[in-house]
Design a protein around this ligand. Structure first.
Ligand code: BES
Ligand code: ZN
Ligand code: ZN
Length: 487
């Protein structure tokens, strides 16, 4: 079991010692390792991303000391989060089974309200591997991680909250890592039903006929090329009285994105184009399991964007659920099509007060911000504050891009109300254009768009919490957005 609060050291074969810069070892260690630890700590400054591992025999077995530097606390919480992830990685490398983390050696960190939970979460995340299709599964040696902390009550709460958040994040990784042949729209719906039964939220799934009867023309246009019928997955969690504020999390569920007739040059990893939808599923699990006192909808328009005789064509003019007519400039700009109708559905049918959508929407976002920061755009000051705070608490970096009205003319169509993308005469700003398009489907209500295209997958290795593949980015962020809405 990863995560257990303790006040007295028990059995361990690795001791993780977080060191705040310049503070060394502050707590009394067991006699058997005391001397070795003080030698190891002598020249260990505790600067951020410093680590040191020392393995020695104690009472006939090997014990490892893993020192991690937390810096002087002036940096962002993410630096300290990554230090714990690095510690977890080291524990795996030395094949430790039972790990104890000496939280009391980091007094500033343990005082910080969101840090303990993140420290625990790091151990859950770093222990993950996706073994579904491996004959020889990669199994981490680490089976038990206990957190020594004098404030037992707070630590126990952090352990529990982190376990529920991590379970959501890891479910997201599982569904995103599963290829399209297995993770069809219907399979995604069944994952949501399972999660709902387990975590405590209800799930309604709309099929082709209900999608059509709701006039979701933009969603259907993308979906109709595939033999796998689309699903509109609507998860509903009630944590507060019905008359209190509500939010919808809307995630792009493109179970495959070939580009359609505007066929992509490279389709590598395009089965992960449902990472926004996957993150919404994971966030709903974390929210419900931790019983947040908020009313939350999780909505995933799930379909495949593929080539067939039935697929939509460049030049087609589609009527969206809100009545706007969209000229299809490019069939590869399909995420905004399905999200347009899902956002309308959230406001008009679920009648929520605000919507956050999350999507792997544009390749351009990686060019704009790099692969460590995701973009958001919003029409609302309050949501802006929620996102900025959540970003720090979740240790998921977000940066705002402007919804620059001056770029709107590039979406104007000579034949319909709006185009879904900008052809050759581009004014640039591909990610902003995506946001501007979506804004047309918000009924001018409070809304934000998160573009996670550059963060959803890791090349492996360089994010210590995630192996190659899905990162689960966005789950923690949305969890912390929703948590701030608690009364
Ligand atoms: N799913 C892609 C965006 C994407 C690209 C995600 C690379 C992850 C990695 C999206 O549907 C898409 O194709 N966007 C186009 C938009 C363009 C046609 C306006 C893009 O980014 O090129
Ligand atoms: Zn696309
Ligand atoms: Zn896409």
């Amino acid at each position: 079991m990863i995560g257990k609060a303790i006040t007295k050291l028990e059995n361990y074969d690795a001791l993780v010692i977080p060191v705040e810069e310049g503070k060394g070892i502050l707590i009394e260690l067991p006699e058997a390792v005391r001397e070795a630890a003080s030698l190891a700590a002598a020249d260990f400054k505790g600067k951020k991303s410093d680590t040191k591992v020392l393995t020695m025999p104690v009472d006939g077995k090997l014990v490892s000391l893993v020192l991690i530097g937390l810096g002087d606390g002036s940096g962002i919480l993410k630096d300290r989060f990554l230090a714990f992830a690095q510690a977890a990685q080291k524990c795996k490398e030395v094949k430790a089974v039972r790990v104890s983390v000496l939280m009391d050696n980091a007094p500033e960190l343990t005082k910080c309200p969101f840090a303990k939970e993140k420290a625990v979460e790091a151990f859950h995340l770093a222990n993950y591997s996706f073994n579904e299709f491996k004959s020889q599964p990669e199994v981490s040696s680490v089976e038990e991680v206990s957190f020594l902390c004098a404030d037992e009550k707070a630590m126990t709460a952090a352990v529990e909250e982190a376990a529920n958040c991590a379970a959501g994040i890891l479910k997201t990784r599982d569904v995103v890592n599963t290829p399209a042949m297995d993770m069809t729209p219907e399979q995604m719906a069944s994952e949501a039903r399972k999660a709902g039964a387990f975590c405590g939220f209800s799930v309604k799934v709309l099929g082709k006929s209900e999608i059509l009867s709701n006039n979701m023309g933009a969603f259907w246009a993308v979906a109709k090329g595939s033999a796998h019928e689309p699903r509109l997955i609507v998860m509903e969690y009630h944590g507060a009285p019905a008359d209190e504020t509500s939010i919808a999390l809307v995630g792009k569920g493109m179970m495959y994105d070939s580009g359609g007739f505007n066929l992509k040059k490279s389709m590598t990893y395009m089965y992960t184009d449902m990472a926004g939808g996957g993150a919404v599923l994971g966030a709903m699990m974390a929210i419900a399991k931790n019983k947040l006192k908020v009313n939350v909808y999780g909505i995933i328009p799930a379909c495949q964007n593929i080539l067939s005789r039935d697929a939509y064509l460049p030049g087609d003019i589609i009527t969206a659920m809100n009545g706007k007519k969209i000229e299809v400039d490019n069939t590869d700009a399909e995420g905004r099509m399905v999200l347009a109708d899902a956002i309308t559905y959230a406001f008009r049918v679920c009648k929520v007060d605000r919507v956050i959508d999350i999507a792997t929407l544009t390749g351009a976002v990686g060019t704009a911000l790099g692969k460590r920061t995701a973009a958001y755009m919003t029409n609302d000051d309050c949501i802006r504050q929620l996102i900025q705070k959540a970003s720090r608490r979740a240790c998921e970096k977000m940066w705002e891009l402007p919804l620059d009205e001056e770029l709107m003319p590039s979406l104007s169509s000579h034949i319909a109300d709006i185009k879904n993308s900008v052809g050759a005469s581009s004014m640039g700003g591909g990610s902003i254009i995506g946001g501007l398009f979506l804004q047309e489907f918000t009924d001018n209500k409070p809304w934000a768009h998160l573009d996670i295209a550059a963060l959803a997958g890791a090349e492996g290795g360089y994010i210590p919490t995630s192996p190659k593949g899905s990162t689960g980015f966005g789950v923690s962020l949305m969890y912390h957005i929703v948590k701030q809405l608690e009364k």
